[in-house]
Design a protein around this ligand. Structure first.
Ligand SMILES: C[S@@+](CC[C@H](N)C(=O)[O-])C[C@H]1O[C@@H](n2cnc3c(N)ncnc32)[C@H](O)[C@@H]1O
Length: 477
């Protein structure tokens, strides 16, 4: 089953620009992203790393995967996309020769929980040995208590091992439909977990559930494992997953209920939320970490918009986040910010640009520095809610359409086979059929009129779609 390829996926939270921004938020001084050395363990077909390499042309990225087919696909894609700063090694993580201080960022996404104990240990040993003194490691992993429930799906799917994946799914669904005690805790849990698989591709089932090893851990166990290698937990890569960014009432409840130190309280949050998955950023032991965020510190940072408006009423704006959540925004200042930001395009903006809008909306133009705390709190709260994220590095992306537009080369490779493509900011965006059709043609050799000719549509129609793609962050200079 595991020979089924995992798909050509990219993951926003693994981008060194995102990892570094989160590290800096908690007081670390991560290595410069632009010239960084990046290692991805278990890199699959390499698309995540290739997107990183394209967005950081002066960086040097290395991917390691045990699957020959994955590495071959990664190398072919690198050639096709003209990526020259990436190399891929077909090797087991267990055998990777980690040299001291050889990488600034180490990524292992979707690997730690799906490999034997020795390989889990090797992931942390490699991260600990190879990161620079201020380097950061991003490791994602399945956690309990959420997986105590999800394991029901794995158990039932594995019962039908030997059947094809569509067949195993059909049999498990038939079992769920025939549960004799439909209201029992077991039946409700199984049905609710199975519902998560609706629409999931076969490769997801193969790699998420039908792998030979699947070892969810409690957060505290993971932290102890990292500590045994001289690494400490710094921060979760998604701001709103961190206890320090949760609503104040949750923080107060946990402080009273859990006591103890920060790790103990983060563990309590997993119990409270029944979480399944973490994306943790680790750094060397001993580096000082400050999770008591002063919103004023955000006024020197850059931000990127992480939502796309989907509908609006006079009082609210519906948006879809980069992580697939549908959110309703009701605060008028946030709504105005999102409107202006969406029209300005996808390039990350400075806090000062955003502050200008906030000051105008709140009638604070004459208030000078006295208004800074209020402005900073608007930026901090929006970031906590997932409307935008801190992103210091500005990737090569343009929001103006040139005479011969160019789409990011990775998206040009993805678009013929998939509607979901990766933009220049490492976000996965679902394209319309017209956008999907045009992306591969945007290689800098065609004008909008020539593209219209090939698509047999009016030039104005082709231009409209190209402008949309610019707004979605797909165009480079
Ligand atoms: C679930 S996939 C995740 C791939 C990619 N990181 C992603 O999230 O899309 C796990 C990957 O780890 C690779 N892998 C498993 N065991 C490995 C090992 N011992 N050494 C190197 N790669 C390994 C598999 O070939 C596969 O590409």
């Amino acid at each position: 089953m595991t020979e089924i390829s995992y798909g050509d996926l990219t993951f926003y939270d693994t981008h060194p620009g995102v990892i570094a921004a989160m590290g800096a938020l908690v007081g670390l001084q991560p290595p410069p992203v632009e010239t960084s050395r990046v290692l991805e363990l278990g890199c699959g077909t390499g698309f995540n790393l290739l997107a990183i390499a394209l967005s950081l042309p002066q960086a040097r990225v290395t991917g390691v995967d045990i699957s020959e087919a994955h590495v071959q696909r990664a190398r072919e894609a690198a050639r096709a996309a003209g990526v020259t700063n990436a190399e891929f090694q077909c090797l087991s993580i267990d055998d990777f020769p980690a040299a001291e201080n050889s990488f600034d960022y180490v990524i292992a996404h979707g690997v730690y929980s799906w490999v034997p104990e020795a390989t889990r240990d090797a992931i942390l040993a490699i991260a600990a040995r190879s990161i620079a003194p201020n380097g950061l490691a991003y490791i994602s992993y399945n956690i309990n208590p959420g997986w105590r429930l999800r394991i029901l799906v794995r158990d039932t799917l594995r019962y039908f091992e030997g059947a094809s994946i569509p067949d195993a799914r059909a049999r498990v669904n038939a079992l769920a439909a025939a549960l004799p005690n439909p209201d029992s805790a077991y039946s409700r849990a199984l049905r609710s977990e199975l519902a998560n698989l609706d629409g999931a591709p076969d490769y997801y089932i193969a790699h998420e559930h039908l792998v030979p090893f699947l070892t969810p851990v409690f957060f505290e166990e993971f932290v102890n494992h990292a500590a045994a290698h001289g690494l400490q937990f710094a921060v979760e890569s998604r701001l709103d997953s961190n206890l320090f960014a949760r609503p104040d009432a949750t923080q107060t409840h946990i402080e009273e209920a859990a006591g103890g130190g920060y790790i103990r309280r983060e563990q309590y949050l997993d119990l409270l939320l029944g979480r399944y998955f973490r994306r943790s950023i680790l750094c060397r032991d001993g580096l000082p970490i400050n999770r008591d965020i002063d919103p004023l510190s955000l006024l020197d940072r850059n931000f990127t918009l992480t939502v796309t408006p989907t509908a609006s009423t006079p009082e609210s704006l519906q948006v879809r986040s980069a992580w697939g959540d549908n959110l309703t925004v009701t605060d008028p200042v946030d709504i105005e910010l999102l409107h202006q930001w969406t029209s300005a395009g996808p390039i990350p903006v400075s806090a000062q640009w955003l502050a200008g809008i906030v000051r105008k909306e709140l009638d604070l133009d004459g208030a000078g520095e006295a208004a800074d705390p209020l402005v900073a709190s608007v930026l901090w709260n929006g970031a906590r809610e997932g409307l935008w994220s801190i992103r210091d590095h500005i990737p090569p992306v343009v929001n103006v359409v040139s005479s011969h537009p160019i789409a990011n080369p990775l998206a040009r490779l993805q678009a013929p086979d998939a509607a979901e493509c990766t933009n220049c900011l490492h976000r996965r965006i679902i394209l319309t059929p017209a956008q999907q059709h045009i992306v591969p043609l945007l290689d800098g050799s065609r004008t909008a009129a020539a593209i219209a000719g090939e698509m047999q549509c009016e030039p104005a129609e082709a231009e409209k779609v190209i402008i949309q793609l610019a707004g979605l962050g797909f165009l480079i200079a």
